[in-house]
Write a protein that binds this ligand. Structure first.
Ligand code: KIV
Length: 256
């Protein structure tokens, strides 16, 4: 069965679990966990490259990271996040989505309601994940979207449009849970929430956020499942101590 059909069949039955990955080693770890999808997100602009948003991420960056992830994930389908300006026209979208597939992705994600691009990709047999709500490629500031009724209606309409076009899932980012519930109940495609509450058909999280790599970044929806920042700092402190004291390398770690 094609992966998008497996994802679709989970709607309202089993929750869908998605995490981001940007490199080989994390992809290899995730591959053994049974999660449903790996997203090579353009969030790498922040967590890998150190920018304050995703607007400077290029197609070349995304293809590079997708190739690295594909070397690590042998079982889990990979979704490549199309970066800003890579789908301004349907021809750009098609050409660039093909590059993701050549790099090892199984589908692509597109932000916002871009019917002509989404239709062209789906017609070409490329699985598309939609994305509505807070759209980092367009947003001036990152804030919850859809609190105002007009904004909520627009997001709702965009989700219905994407669903009609045949996307295999829709990311709902940073919105009140009542809006996410209404969308989830009215679309055939499974919804994957991030900051959109418990009624979505699945959840996606940026791996660096759930692992606690940057303790200073903590939006309300992020739950820490580990504190790797502390783990790394403690390990480095021990290394510094042992090297400084001449205790590393000891006999066990030396060739004779
Ligand atoms: O870039 C990304 O990681 C994303 C997820 C947060 C959905 O778009």
């Amino acid at each position: 069965m094609e992966f998008q059909e497996r994802i679709r069949r989970k709607k309202s039955k089993e929750k869908i679990v998605v995490l981001t990955a940007y490199d080989y080693q994390i992809a290899k770890i995730l591959d053994g966990t049974g999660i449903d999808l790996i997203l090579v997100g353009d969030s790498l602009g922040m967590v890998v490259q150190g920018h304050s948003n995703t607007k400077s991420v290029t197609l070349k960056d995304m293809i590079y990271h997708t190739k690295n992830v594909a070397r690590g994930a042998k079982e889990t389908p990979i979704i490549g996040d199309m970066p800003i300006n890579s789908y301004n026209t349907k021809d750009d979208g098609l050409r660039n989505a093909e590059q993701f597939l050549e790099a090892g992705a199984h589908g692509v994600k597109i932000e916002g309601n871009r019917p002509e691009v989404v239709r062209a990709l789906i017609d070409a047999g490329i699985p598309v994940m939609g994305h509505v709500g807070m759209l980092p490629q367009m947003a001036e500031t990152y804030r919850v979207k859809g609190k105002k009724p007009e904004e909520a209606e627009e997001i709702f309409r965009d989700a219905l449009n994407l669903d009609r076009l045949g996307v295999f899932s829709i990311v709902l980012e940073c919105m009140p849970e009542s809006l996410a519930k209404r969308i989830t109940e009215n679309v055939k495609a499974p919804t994957i929430g991030i900051g959109a509450g418990k009624h979505c058909d699945g959840q996606v999280m940026v791996i660096n956020d759930m692992l606690g790599l940057d303790e200073s970044f903590k939006p309300k929806y992020v739950k820490r499942y580990a504190h790797l920042n502390e783990v790394i700092k403690n390990a480095v402190a021990r290394f510094v101590e042992e090297v400084s004291a001449g205790n590393y390398p000891d006999d066990e770690h030396t060739y004779h």
